[in-house]
Design a binder for this molecule. Structure first.
Ligand SMILES: Cc1cc2nc3c(=O)[nH]c(=O)nc-3n(C[C@H](O)[C@H](O)[C@H](O)COP(=O)(O)OP(=O)(O)OC[C@H]3O[C@@H](n4cnc5c(N)ncnc54)[C@H](O)[C@@H]3O)c2cc1C
Length: 571
């Protein structure tokens, strides 16, 4: 049966040697939060993930959340107590503002913690993840009164948050939404409309839920320019913060899905629900953009987290399952399948991709941290652009890799991977949503090519390519191919560039993964001799990084013809 063990050494390695946590710790912004205790914090989160949350994963998949006749959503056995333990530790607010009860850690530390919670149970992790998504725009754009009313409860996890964007006719095209909000004499609004696919829109784990809803006010311009953001609580909250009357926002249906069965995906009806405007009317889309980067990073993280869990399970299975002989085993005996080179190749492929994803995501998070809080404005600008450039790659490449690694995990199991009993199939089913929500991966590729490459006349990409050069010959080749692909895309705007956007994103993901693994190879080589007590760890890092650089990275330049074939190749 599938168990999970928090990979603390790998996480610490990526934080220190790839993301540069030690340098972040020197910045004044984090001088007082206690970053020197990060290892203890990670160990504590690892214990919670392993001992409390991971055991709920299987039962959550098997029973799922259910809607009863009274309109309540009942979560699977064990979820509510696990959530209580989660919030007792304050884990929703790791990187949130200390003024409202957060711990004020850098995002990169929060991301490392969320990796473990998500590996333990992805469906569960979506609940606090959505709370973080609600905290973002309220922190950035809410009035002081709103911040005081909603943030402490969201940050402590006493209440959870949601995002109500999608409607049947408005998915990728958010600007097509029609939910309406009418101003009232007392300064509040009343909202009407139907939202679909709302993650954790209703549940029984807290006594209130804070919905962030996008809607149109009377006479608003069409498209994204006419959208406003509202806070619509499940229960109204008075001036003193006391929870009162039930609001007219209800779950009227749950979707039956391929995976993440425990995460309730709700159809929500707003029937004159009372809401508060956040900031000004028609500012909903720019306001959402302030949380989008973080949300996209966290969806990319789901790919990493599920991949890690799938790898652990496959490695355990391969050590136990016996089939076939090795040349040196006696006839009549069977070898553990891990001894067969092809099985070792699959496991190493899973591990190498997982490590590359971790490096990319942590690098991206650390760039967001520096972009937000570095004291030097030039460094801040550089880091912000780096984070902007990497975010669609983190979201799309890592979520795609998560599906690929989970699929390999099934392959390692053979037939037992295809039957539900082992749990290997659950990882693949769960991971499959990440390329779809929070902007499909196709939309991420369009964002990369259409918005991020032209940023500052291409300076952020050029700076990244320059930094990645000179570490490894395969990496240099991939960097050269990206430069050529980017030039071609710039010369062929419109449908030709859009046709090549997804292979370009894949090239860049593979290549930044190569940079991560080139640095791992380098660091492991240096530290293997210096820290002989950790020799096995460093040797394993050298094997996985060399495998990635020699066997996975060379697929990046091979994508150049796919990037540069143009729209006519699509018929
Ligand atoms: C389990 C689950 C949970 C979700 N949680 C939430 C939530 O909490 N809150 C919320 O508001 N929403 C949520 N969603 C909605 C999710 O964000 C949307 O499903 C997603 O944005 C895609 O929209 P769509 O399903 O309408 O697909 P469509 O937009 O119809 O896309 C279909 C296909 O067309 C492509 N496509 C669409 N437009 C373009 C274009 N302009 N150029 C190129 N290709 C394009 C897409 O990439 C995709 O491959 C959730 C969805 C699911 C399934």
């Amino acid at each position: 049966m599938s168990t999970y063990s928090a990979p603390l050494d790998d996480i610490s390695f990526a934080l220190r040697h790839i993301a540069g946590l030690d340098e972040l710790a020197l910045l004044p912004a984090w001088a007082d939060v206690g970053l020197d205790h990060t290892e203890d914090l990670l160990a504590e989160a690892g214990r919670l993930a392993t001992e409390v949350i991971a055991p709920t994963n299987r039962i959550g998949d098997q029973t799922g959340s259910a809607l009863n006749d009274a309109g309540d959503v009942i979560t699977p056995e064990g979820f509510a107590p696990a959530y209580q333990q989660f919030i007792n530790g304050g884990w929703t607010g790791v990187s949130a503002d200390p003024e409202y009860g957060g711990a004020g850690f850098p995002l990169v530390v929060d991301v490392a913690i969320q990796e473990m919670i998500t590996s333990a149970n992805m469906a569960f992790s979506l609940c606090p993840m959505l709370s973080q998504s609600a905290i973002g725009p309220i922190s950035a754009h809410g009035s002081d009164e709103q911040k005081h009313r909603w943030l402490p409860q969201l940050i402590s996890g006493t209440w959870t948050g949601t995002m109500l964007l999608t409607e049947p006719q408005a998915g990728s095209d958010v600007g097509a939404l029609t939910s309406r909000a009418e101003p009232q004499a007392d300064g509040t609004y009343r909202l009407w409309g139907q939202k679909i696919f709302i993650t954790w829109g209703e549940h029984d784990m807290t006594n209130n839920i804070v919905h962030c809803v996008l809607a149109r006010t009377p006479g608003a311009p069409v498209g994204t320019r006419g959208i406003s953001l509202f806070i619509v609580p499940k229960f109204l909250v008075d001036q003193n913060g006391a929870v009162g009357e039930r609001n007219a926002v209800r779950c009227i249906g749950l979707e039956h899905k391929l995976g993440i069965h425990a995460s309730p995906t709700c159809v929500m009806e707003l029937d004159g629900a009372v809401g508060e405007l956040v900031g000004e009317e028609h500012q909903g889309m720019p306001q959402m953009f302030t949380m989008m980067n973080k949300a996209r990073l966290l969806v990319g993280l789901e790919g990493l987290a599920v991949a890690e869990r799938a790898y652990q399970q496959a490695a355990e299975f391969a050590a136990e399952r016996r089939q076939g002989r090795r040349p040196d085993t006696e006839s009549g005996t069977q070898a553990p399948i891990v001894e067969h080179p092809d099985v070792r190749r699959m496991l190493l492929d899973m591990r190498a991709r997982t490590e590359a994803m971790r490096g990319l995501l942590y690098l991206n998070a650390a760039a967001s941290d520096r972009g937000a809080r570095h004291p030097d404005p030039q460094q801040r600008q550089h880091a912000r652009q780096r984070a902007e450039l990497l975010t669609p790659v983190s979201k799309a490449w890592c979520s795609d890799q998560g599906v690929e690694v989970a699929s390999l995990g099934i392959q390692v199991h053979g037939g037992m991977g295809f039957v539900e009993e082992t749990g290997a199939a659950q990882h693949w089913r769960d991971s499959r949503i990440a390329p779809i929500y929070e902007g499909t991966n196709g939309i991420q590729a369009i964002d990369l090519v259409g918005r991020k490459l032209p940023m500052d006349n291409g300076a952020p990409l050029s700076a990244l390519l320059e930094e990645m050069t000179g570490l490894d010959k395969n990496l240099d080749q991939a960097v050269g191919a990206i430069a050529e692909a980017a030039r071609w895309l710039g010369e062929h705007p419109g449908d030709d560039a859009l046709a090549g956007a997804t292979p370009f994103l894949e090239m860049l993901g593979l290549t930044v993964g190569g940079w991560v693994m080139g640095r791992s190879w380098d660091t492991a080589g240096r530290l293997e001799a210096a820290e002989p007590q950790q020799a096995d760890f460093w040797r394993a890092k050298r094997i996985s990084s060399r495998f990635y650089l020699d066997q996975i990275l060379p697929t990046a330049p091979a994508l150049l013809p796919a990037v540069t074939s143009g729209a006519s190749a699509l018929g």
